[in-house]
Design a protein around this ligand. Structure first.
Ligand SMILES: NC(=O)c1ccc[n+]([C@@H]2O[C@H](COP(=O)([O-])OP(=O)(O)OC[C@H]3O[C@@H](n4cnc5c(N)ncnc54)[C@H](O)[C@@H]3O)[C@@H](O)[C@H]2O)c1
Length: 702
């Protein structure tokens, strides 16, 4: 055994020389890995006793990608592209022994080897686009030579990995292993190759299929649809085109230039920020070892409506047994039938196996008796949004549940402390605010009440992680993080109508900005009666300022029976049975009447103003949320708005976007709006002013 660097060594298995990479936990491609592989390659290439090389990783996974923290700058030492070239140059067969995650740079090392064998559970992919990058170590040049241009475009643009079996069928893997001892099996495979003459098969020398221009055009069209607004997929297409139209060496330099440009791009910086932020949420400073997450095994869900069903499925999918409680047998039957239907839909779409569906269903037990929650470690309440009803339920839950059980509420807007006060154990009460549909949406706001104890917070965050969701800690306030910010966004979207814009102008501007849909299309989808009812309630509770413009248009629409898509008319009109929103002159007239009634002068409003008016309140409110400690860090707010509200991922979230705009510009625009529209909604958050004075940005608080 020779040690080449702190992470790479070589071994001899007869005439087979093995390069072992050992960089736990995921064999990330650190500088010591690159240097070590280069040195090991040189040693084994020169050793006359070695007839073939195997590239192997210790610890159950191949290289799972580059070290994301090191991506910001160009490597000062050997690049992966150079190391891979040396591997490919070796005049003896080089075999990659793949297992676990073979992703990004990891797959590029495998592509530079002459042969690839893989354990059955290997996952092979190039997810660089998710970070605003393209494969930058020959992936865009070698992959099309192995799997064809179309398949490689598909893999690079989607970023989705192939299973070992799919990779075998695509020509990416030459031999499927049994997987019991990957290294031993790879060595046997290498010996077979030696026996058969030890031919070298360099990927770069394989012919590349010529394809017509329309392959690239249609890939670009599909990327524009599936990854709207993202630059990296289009850049990746250019790089693959380089592989087809140029020599390998020229293609490599095209790829290198595009990669460097992507790495320096604002989109890639934003996406890398989110990658880090999504791994940071759920980490409660100072509580690393105190969670008893493992103690959560049996979950109770009360209320099997829209949310309760989704939450029950999410828990069952993650392996928890769930007791789902409803008020009566008929409602319970409807819910269990609904759950079965949802699972069956996933099975018929090929997203879930029949066996998994059966296993998940078995873990969900329905009941109409609250007493069945006696053994639950955690109960999640998802009944009607009514404080009195919830208070009664929590008193009952306290009576029934184990003393240390966590009692959680899925309320979207009620006061967690008022619910906690219904029990003598407020320290064990917490909000778990799932988003709809709960079995699909990754975001959960974990809302701590005034008295929630740290152990319960940490355990709940750990539990959400076990559900494979993103649990973001929030303080208890009106709307928590996400909905509190949404209020200003919605308010301005409606004020803009009164001031002169049409619903379609507002929606188009925000769609162009990158939101998945405009606020008025969204309102029509959700039902305008729902938000009108919430507004009425909030007005009675004194939570809305006495401003006649709030709800002015939407309330008139509801009065006119225009409740949105479900009635064929809302902010837009809809053809019978169709969902496409169509501009409606009647709505334009209604808006003009309302503006006149309120004495608001109308003027033409451009897209830029629309975006500023709607997005700046998000930023300003987010700053207050961080200032008040409602969110732990700006990155958490970004995670909430990207994952719960569709803020464009490639802009990094509202707070990252504010930093990119520059806080000076943000503050100046807020001050301009304050002058034009008054201080009620436009007084800049103190945190903004303070950070500017200190020459810092939101990102410095992450
Ligand atoms: N729908 C959403 O988009 C959404 C999103 C986040 C949070 N929430 C919150 O989740 C909760 C549930 O919302 P939903 O949309 O699922 O409502 P829903 O009306 O669809 O379901 C509520 C269910 O609770 C049952 N129920 C009522 N009282 C009960 C009791 N005492 N014991 C057992 N079951 C009882 C009802 O029969 C009904 O099936 C609310 O607090 C709501 O604010 C909803």
């Amino acid at each position: 055994m020779t040690v080449h660097s702190e992470t790479v060594r070589t071994e001899r298995h007869g005439s087979v020389g093995v390069i072992v990479i050992d960089n736990p936990p995921v064999n990330a491609i650190a500088p010591s890995v690159r240097d070590g592989v280069a040195a090991a390659t040189a040693e084994l290439a020169e050793d006359a006793r070695v007839a073939a090389l195997v590239l192997h990783c210790a610890g159950g996974t191949f290289m799972a990608g580059a070290d994301i923290k090191k991506l910001a700058a160009a490597p000062s030492r050997l690049t992966s592209a150079e190391v891979i070239e040396r591997l490919e140059d070796v005049p003896k067969p080089v075999i990659a022994a793949l297992q676990g995650n073979t992703l990004g740079g990891g797959l590029e090392y495998a592509l530079g080897c002459h042969f690839r064998c893989a354990a059955p559970a290997t996952s092979l992919g190039v997810p660089e686009v998710n970070l605003g990058l393209i494969p930058g170590a020959g992936g865009t040049q070698r992959l099309p030579r192995l799997v064809g241009v179309e398949k490689s475009l598909d893999m690079i643009i989607s970023g989705k990995p192939l299973s070992a079996q799919e990779a075998r069928a695509a020509g990416l893997v030459d031999r499927l292993l049994d997987g019991t001892d990957v290294l031993a099996e790879a060595v046997v495979y290498a010996q077979e190759i030696i026996t058969q003459g030890g031919t070298v098969r360099r990927t770069r020398d394989l012919p590349i299929a010529r394809v017509g221009d329309q392959v690239f055009t249609s890939a670009a069209q599909s990327a524009a649809r599936t990854r709207r607004g993202e630059e990296a997929p289009l850049k990746a297409i250019e790089a693959v085109r380089g592989a087809v139209e140029h020599t390998f060496a020229e293609g490599m330099s095209i790829e290198g230039e595009i990669f460097a440009a992507c790495r320096a791009s604002a989109q890639s910086r934003a996406l890398r920020h989110l990658f880090v932020a999504e791994r940071q949420v759920g980490r409660l400073p100072g509580t690393d070892k105190v969670t008893r997450t493992e103690s959560i095994r049996r979950v109770g869900v009360v209320g099997a409506g829209t949310m309760g069903r989704g939450i029950a499925m999410t828990c069952a999918n993650a392996g928890f047994t769930v007791v789902l409680v409803e008020t009566d047998a008929a409602a319970l039957d409807r819910a269990l039938w609904g759950i079965r239907e949802t699972y069956a839909g996933s099975v018929s779409k090929g997203r879930m196996s029949e066996a998994d569906m059966q296993a998940h269903l078995q873990r969900i037990v329905g009941s109409v008796e609250l007493e069945r929650l006696r053994d639950a470690d955690l109960v999640i309440e998802a009944i009607f949004e009514d404080l009195a009803v919830k208070v009664r339920l929590f008193a009952d839950l306290h009576r029934i549940c184990k003393p240390d059980a966590i009692l959680a509420t899925n309320t979207s807007a009620l006061d967690i402390d008022a619910i906690a006060a219904a029990t003598p154990r407020p320290g064990n009460v917490i909000g778990l605010h799932f988003f709809s549909p709960a079995h699909v949406m990754r975001l959960v706001e974990v809302v701590r009440g005034r008295q929630t104890v740290t152990d319960v917070i940490a355990t709940s965050l750990g539990f959400i992680k076990r559900l494979r969701k993103l649990g973001v800690l929030a303080g208890n306030c009106d709307g928590f993080i996400g909905n509190r910010m949404l209020a200003g966004y919605r308010r301005e979207a409606e004020f803009l109508l009164l001031e002169g814009a049409t619903p379609e102008q507002v929606d188009d501007a925000l769609l162009q900005f990158g939101m998945p849909m405009g606020p008025h299309v969204m309102g029509d989808m959700a039902g305008l009666d729902i938000s009108a009812a919430a507004r009425k309630r909030r007005r009675l509770e004194g939570k809305l300022p006495p401003d006649k413009r709030v709800g002015a248009v939407a309330d008139r629409l509801v009065e006119a029976g225009r409740l949105g898509q479900k009635t064929g008319a809302g902010f837009y009109r809809y053809e019978p049975g169709a969902r496409a929103p169509l501009p409606d002159p009647q709505v334009h007239a209604l808006i003009e009447r309302e503006a006149a009634r309120l004495g608001i002068g109308r003027r033409p409003i451009g897209a830029e103003e629309i975006v500023e008016r709607c997005i700046l309140p998000l930023i300003n409110e987010a700053a207050r949320i961080v200032e008040e400690g409602i969110a732990l860090r700006p990155g958490d707010v970004d995670v909430v708005w990207v994952n719960g509200y569709g803020f464009p991922r490639y802009r990094g979230g509202p707070m990252w976007y504010a930093d990119e705009l520059g806080l000076e510009r943000v503050l100046a625009t807020l001050q301009r709006f304050r002058t034009e529209h008054g201080p009620t909604y436009w007084t800049p958050a103190q945190l903004l002013t303070r950070l500017l004075e200190e020459g810092r940005a939101f990102r410095d608080l992450n």
